[in-house]
Write a protein that binds this ligand. Structure first.
Ligand code: WTA
Length: 633
């Protein structure tokens, strides 16, 4: 992008302009894209009712910006490099022209199946290029994609399909996870037993697993696509038409469908990618996320493609065939920019150095981190062992709701400090507030992180329930977007994210609501009540600690634990399985019936020195029993 920042001086200038003249600032950036018609107005906003619109009145199609726009000059540039799960397997590279035709063909495939503008399409796929093709095909014809991470259970998948009344699901026969292959289609079949909206299931053949195909509903991708034309006109979309829904967990209730719209998200994904990673033509960029998470949306697919970049997609896991796989792939494809999660860094750091030392890693120039706070030890290891002290580290703070990176260094420009996400990107106006909602001025302070001005990539609503969106994000503090994170601003004005201050836990970079996990545990027939909290975990960042009350104390605790884990896997997915389960006979509750999680947290952390005030408890004796029981966990 021409509007890319290339020095600290330019950063400060851009930041200043983005605050003083936000509309002019974003119009200049938006002008770099292809529009069918221009906007009448850059921004309309109101945080009270929560109504935000960017590039009002403009029409465009994001895939013209991801694909068509690059064809003339860069049609032969690799768009996607695919590295399969099997290190000896056959990977592939799709140039921009090839990807363009693949997307057009898939768009026609969706149209043939009756998918129209505004319809919701669920994507439940492994990390194969067809997953990106499916996303872009939806966007090309104006269908709204809702990607569900292929590690979620049938029940979670069904909930998401039902919430968005998806008309189609695009899936695969199976997914590889290292040495194992899992049958995905079977999970889809189970999910479809409790849904009614899906008319067509398109199945990409990936593992050649034996699967059931239901006549009239299920069709193989290769059959459905084979006679489709390789050109497809891009549907004109309003700037504020929905681009995608992505479900994410919050403090209460079921996961909500965060909605991103077309133009603002596009501008934000493109601008943040270009600036944070300082991508240059010819660079090979690799983000290890799954497309089922927002990082995969914005920084495997949309951000890189909008910039004409080469994005590497990896099907496998970091430890297959051994813990050197990431480093092997970096050397093999000469990766220049590498973006991963602290969990992966910590788990690889815990392995022997011999998994790193055989690799040169000399192609690297930038390393990124996302999804959870990165501890100092992991930051230093990443910097020294992987970056050889030669690569800028970008610790990027953002959320599903923010659409793209909000606070981050600009690679090899912003001076970094371990564990600090450093400074807000242009357009981001962070504030810290105290418990009363008062804005905390100055430096060397700590508070709850809010954003006081709209940015183009922010969520617009939660699918089907705008009021839930407003109350979740805009009612805690008046006229501010509340992130749910606690944050420190140091003497240099640098931001350091401390972690969630609400009932959301972050396990290996995956967001889970404690209530969601509790509801899953409570589905076990003998469970009466449970309380779930996060506790510090060396590899996962946070582990899940569950206090569980059963109708009678289990005779065989091991067996009941195993059953509970199975139930949680079935209801949510294996990522939500508690690491520790303690059977208790009571929970510390206030007289009004509220669980005092603070106490449970202290017990799980084994920090009993200061349990705080327990005098408001209904029955203080339960605390002693819990402390006693915890010793045996
Ligand atoms: C956390 C992931 C510290 C944070 C992109 C946030 C981080 C939640 C960082 C969003 C970071 C993300 N440092 N914490 N660099 N990045 N988080 O929606 O608590 O899956 O609120 O989006 O992850 O998770 P989500």
């Amino acid at each position: 992008m021409n509007t890319r920042i290339d020095s600290m001086e330019a950063y400060h200038q851009a930041y200043e302009k983005s605050v003083r003249h936000p509309e002019k600032f974003w119009a200049d950036i938006a002008n770099e894209f292809t529009w069918k018609t221009r906007w009448n107005n850059v921004l309309n906003w109101d945080f009270k009712s929560f109504d935000v619109k960017w590039f009002v009145g403009a029409t465009l199609n994001i895939t013209e910006n991801c694909l068509d726009r690059h064809l003339e000059k860069n049609g032969d540039t690799p768009a996607i490099i695919w590295e399969p799960n099997d290190p000896n397997g056959k990977g592939c590279t799709l140039t921009y022209r090839e990807l363009y035709h693949a997307v057009c063909k898939a768009s026609n495939m969706l149209k043939n199946a009756g998918v129209k503008k505004g319809d919701r399409v669920c994507i439940y796929m492994p990390m194969v290029p067809e997953a990106a093709v499916a996303m872009l095909a939806c966007a090309r014809i104006g269908a709204i994609h809702s990607i569900v991470f292929a590690g979620f259970s049938a029940q979670s998948l069904a909930d998401r399909i039902n919430d968005a009344t998806c008309k189609m699901i695009i899936t695969a026969d199976g997914v590889y996870r290292g040495a194992k292959a899992l049958n995905l289609k079977e999970i889809v079949d189970n999910a479809l037993e409790s849904t009614t909206s899906v008319e067509t299931v398109i199945v990409f053949q990936n593992t050649n697993a034996e699967i059931n195909m239901q006549d009239g509903r299920d069709v193989y991708w290769h059959n459905a696509i084979k006679d489709c034309a390789n050109e497809c006109a891009a549907e004109p979309m309003d700037a504020e038409d929905m681009l995608f829904i992505l479900y994410t967990s919050g403090s209460t209730g079921k996961p909500k469908g965060v909605v991103h719209t077309t133009a603002g998200y596009m501008v934000w994904a493109a601008y943040t990618f270009a600036n944070v990673f300082q991508y240059n033509a010819g660079d090979i960029y690799w983000c290890t996320a799954d497309i089922g998470w927002v990082t995969g949306h914005s920084y495997i697919v949309y951000g890189p493609l909008l910039n004409g970049a080469t994005t590497l997609m990896f099907e496998g896991i970091p430890t297959y065939p051994d813990a050197g796989r990431f480093w092997n792939v970096i050397d093999k494809h000469q990766v220049n920019i590498f973006y991963t999660a602290p969990t992966a860094i910590r788990s690889l750091m815990a392995q022997d150095d011999e998994f790193v030392t055989p690799y040169s890693l000399a192609s690297l120039k930038t390393l990124g981190s996302v999804g959870e706070p990165i501890n100092e030890e992991a930051w230093n290891w990443y910097h020294e062992k992987i970056g050889k002290r030669n690569c800028g580290i970008v610790d990027t703070w953002w959320q599903t709701e923010t659409g793209g990176v909000m606070i981050s260094p600009l690679a090899n420009i912003t001076p970094t400090k371990p564990t600090y996400a450093t400074l807000p990107l242009p357009g981001v106006q962070p504030v810290l507030v105290d418990a009363e909602g008062k804005i905390i001025e100055g430096n060397n302070v700590e508070g709850n992180l809010c954003i006081k001005y709209p940015w183009p990539g922010m969520l617009r609503t939660t699918y089907g329930d705008h009021e839930r969106c407003r109350t979740t994000y805009f009612s805690t503090y008046e006229n501010l977007y509340f992130t749910g994170d606690g944050c420190k601003r140091d003497h240099d004005g640098y931001y350091r994210i401390i972690g969630r201050v609400d009932d959301v836990i972050n396990v290996s970079g995956h967001r889970l609501g404690t209530a969601e996990v509790e509801n899953a545990i409570n589905e076990h027939i003998h469970v009466i009540e449970s309380a779930v909290i996060g506790y510090p975990h060396e590899i996962k960042g946070q582990g899940i600690y569950a206090y569980v009350i059963c109708d009678h104390l289990p005779e065989d605790e091991h067996a009941t634990r195993r059953e509970i884990l199975e139930v949680v896997s079935k209801v949510i997915g294996p990522i939500a399985k508690p690491d520790k389960i303690q059977f208790v006979t009571g929970l510390p509750k206030t007289r009004s019936g509220k669980i005092m999680r603070r106490i449970l947290r202290k017990v799980a952390e084994n920090d009993l020195s200061n349990l705080g005030d327990t005098s408001t408890l209904l029955d203080p004796a339960v605390v002693d029993a819990i402390i006693e029981g915890a010793k045996k966990i």
